[in-house]
Structure formats: structure tokens, C-alpha cells
Design a binder for this molecule. Structure first.
Ligand SMILES: O=C(O)CCC(=O)C(=O)O
Ligand SMILES: [Fe+2]
Length: 279
């Protein structure tokens, strides 16, 4: 099976997009309003930034979680023991951001948030009545003006040959948040796991926009929308010398939003972060 790409401007785009999310947890859009030149500039300027020592001056703040996370402390996915081969920078509009990189990244943050809100409207409209009635408030409303939505700029460095055995760029995991919006990275590697266990490539032509369901939407929809496992595999051949930059926007509801009988967005996030050992 292959993931189909969906033309955002087609008359049946919303329906096809939501059906892809339901089937695979992923939806891939072409012809969408996110500016490719802006994404390209962000990839170039952040790649350069990750290659400077300046990044160390932005070492993350453990309380607020904004800033630079070096490879030495980078994530270990839930259920895994080996660290991912990556470093990253957490952008919140209220957080620290290098001055020279602010304009583009904040423009992207705003635009991608606006599109996410429209896509959540599509999800809301094409959810069956019994699923829709479980949402405590409309899905776009859940993320409106949220201070928790996180833009992560990821840098997967070229392979050195000294990686820990078994380490990959991003081990299989599910995202915690409501949905994730991710422009295709500058290099391939992203894969999603299908219901039968098979791993398939997510179509990663530059310009594609990838959206995936996170655990919070799975929880809020009573399991109707699946938060599927995905991973980033290591490059092969000549590509081992290349860096990979990617830019997931993790849409988080406002903390007080009720996800289900059991959880608010805040109680859900705290439980997950505790499990991960990061708080
Ligand atoms: O780099 C990618 O393409 C995906 C990253 C990802 O899944 C994550 O950071 O949660
Ligand atoms: Fe992810």
C-alpha cells in the first residue's frame, strides 16, 4: 500500500483527507497554502545555525522547555533504550529564538497554525455524529491561541559511523499532541506503520505537507482517529553525508480543554511527560 497525496484545492479534498487520517493516521497534502520558499529558507538558515556554536547559548530551559536540545540529551522514544540521532530547537512565540531567525520561523508558526485550524475544521465536519458529539468543544477552538503549541526544528546530522548500535534518527513513536503538521523534510526517511505492521514510506517530495494524528485526538475521538507509529530511518549510501532538517508543528490544545471523561489536555500531557521521565 502507498499513502496517497491529496490535492488541497480539489472539491472533495476534505473528505479524502479525513478518510486517509482515519485509515492510516496520516494525510498528505499537495497544492496547499504553505509557502515553499519560506520552508526552504528556514531549512537553509537553521541548517547553518545548527553548524555553529551559537546554538549552545540557547540551551533549553528545563522549566519552560524552549531552546536548544543537544544530541547528548536528546529524546529516547517510549519503550526504547537507545537515544535518537538528532538535535533540535523548541520554538514557542513566547520563548527564546535567535534574533536573525525570528521573522521566518514566527511567520511559519502563524501560517501553519492557521492551516491546522482549517484542517481540524475538516476533521470536525467529516467525523461521524457519534464521534463529533464526544468533542467537548469544536476541534479548531481547542487550539485557538494556545500557548502550548510547539514548533520543533529538528536537525539529524550526517552519519558519523560511530552511532550507538541500533540507534536511528527517530525511533518508532506516536505524537502526544492533537495533530502534527509537517512539511516534507529536505531528505527522505519518514515512515509510518500500517495496521498490519508493515512500514511504508510517507511520500516526502519537497512541497508535500504531512499531517498526522496524535494521541490527544485519538483520546478525544474515543479511538476513532488512530495515532499511528512513525519513525525516521537512517540514510544509506551517499546520503549518509547529508543532514536532514524537519519542522514538525505539534498542535496542543489549551491546558484546560477537556479531551475525554478521564483527561484534560493538561492532565494528559503531564501523565505522558512523567512516563517519559522528562518532568
Ligand atoms: O523528522 C520527521 O520527519 C518526523 C519527526 C517526528 O516524528 C517527531 O519529531 O515527532
Ligand atoms: Fe513524531
Amino acid at each position: 500500500m502507498r499513502l496517497k497525496t491529496i490535492d488541497y484545492q480539489a472539491s472533495d479534498a476534505a473528505e479524502r483527507f479525513v478518510s486517509s487520517l482515519k485509515e492510516t493516521g496520516f494525510g498528505v497534502l499537495t497544492n496547499h497554502p504553505i509557502d515553499k520558499d519560506l520552508v526552504e529558507s528556514i531549512y537553509q538558515e537553521w541548517h547553518a545555525f545548527f553548524n555553529t556554536a551559537e546554538k549552545r547559548a540557547f540551551l533549553f530551559n528545563p522549566q519552560t522547555q524552549d531552546g536548544f536540545f543537544p544530541a547528548e540529551i536528546s529524546e529516547t522514544a517510549k519503550g526504547h533504550s537507545v537515544k535518537d540521532i538528532k538535535e533540535y530547537f523548541h520554538i514557542y512565540p513566547w520563548g527564546r529564538i535567535p534574533d536573525s531567525l525570528k521573522d521566518n520561523i514566527l511567520k511559519y508558526y502563524t501560517n501553519a497554525n492557521a492551516l491546522a485550524s482549517e484542517l481540524l475544521e475538516w476533521v470536525e465536519q467529516h467525523s461521524p455524529a457519534e464521534v463529533k458529539q464526544q468533542f467537548s468543544i469544536a476541534l479548531p477552538k481547542m487550539i485557538e491561541n494556545s500557548q502550548k503549541t510547539l514548533l520543533r526544528v529538528l536537525h539529524y546530522p550526517p552519519m558519523s559511523g560511530n552511532e550507538e548500535p541500533g540507534a536511528i534518527r527517530a525511533a518508532a513513536h506516536e505524537d502526544i499532541n492533537l495533530i502534527t503538521v509537517l512539511p516534507a523534510a529536505n531528505e527522505p526517511g519518514l515512515q509510518v506503520q500500517l495496521k498490519d505492521g508493515e512500514w511504508i514510506d510517507v511520500p516526502s517530495d519537497f512541497g508535500n505537507l504531512i499531517i498526522n494524528i496524535g494521541d490527544m485526538l485519538q483520546e478525544a475521538s474515543g479511538g476513532y482517529f488512530p495515532s499511528t507509529s512513525h519513525r525516521v530511518i537512517n540514510p544509506q549510501g551517499m546520503d549518509i553525508t547529508k543532514s536532514r532538517i524537519s519542522l514538525p508543528l505539534f498542535l496542543h490544545p489549551n491546558p484546560q480543554v477537556k479531551l475525554s471523561e478521564k483527561y484534560t489536555a493538561d492532565s494528559y500531557l503531564m501523565e505522558r511527560l512523567r512516563e517519559l521521565g522528562v518532568i
